[in-house]
Design a protein around this ligand. Structure first.
Ligand SMILES: [Zn+2]
Length: 177
């Protein structure tokens, strides 16, 4: 079984990195993909970008049915949003933002061009939950977190809450998916 990796959390500055395109689809990348899958399912989460485990490359794994039985890991590399339509508001959370969720407005449909884990071109049309998940993950590749989409007031309240949590003993903290 692939090894689980450490998930970096806000306010770690690594999460602000702009990831670089993937041009190597060899063994190292394949291993990373499998480890990211393990890490995401164990968390549990529905999506994970490589930068969240400290690797600044444009690689995402996701499975919006994560936690509902059979695993069906999707991999998206070097994604570009080529079409975006509609709008939807959903309460988002993030494996890199401990103990917090907030409403974020996203496009309800996106068309994305990228490559799969072997470098083969793919095009994805995603709606609703899948569209939300992919926009959230693509943001990570550009150093953006979902809390950047909420009001300054809400964000500073979260920072204050986080500071209080950090002051407690680590075993009292409960990171969530
Ligand atoms: Zn996230």
């Amino acid at each position: 079984m692939a090894e689980k990796m450490k998930i970096y959390t806000f306010p770690d500055p690594i999460l602000r990195s702009v990831s670089r395109p993937v041009d190597n689809f060899g063994e190292d990348t394949q291993k990373l993909i499998d480890s990211m899958g393990e890490t995401m399912y164990a968390a549990p989460g529905i999506g994970l970008a490589a930068i969240q485990v400290g690797v600044p490359i444009r690689l995402i794994v996701y499975d919006i049915s994560s936690g509902e039985g059979e695993r069906n890991l999707s991999v998206l590399i070097n994604p570009e949003i080529i079409k975006a339509e509609g709008s939807v508001v959903f309460s988002e959370a993030c494996l890199s933002v401990v103990d917090y969720s907030a409403d974020v407005e996203r496009n309800s449909m996106v068309k994305i061009r990228g490559v799969d884990r072997h470098g083969k071109p793919i095009e994805i049309e995603a709606e609703d939950m899948a569209a939300i998940c992919l926009q959230h993950e693509i943001d990570h590749l550009n150093g953006i977190l979902f809390i950047d989409h909420i009001s300054n007031l809400k964000r500073s309240l979260y920072k204050r809450k986080l500071k209080k949590m950090m002051e407690k003993k680590p075993e009292d903290r409960k990171p969530r998916g």
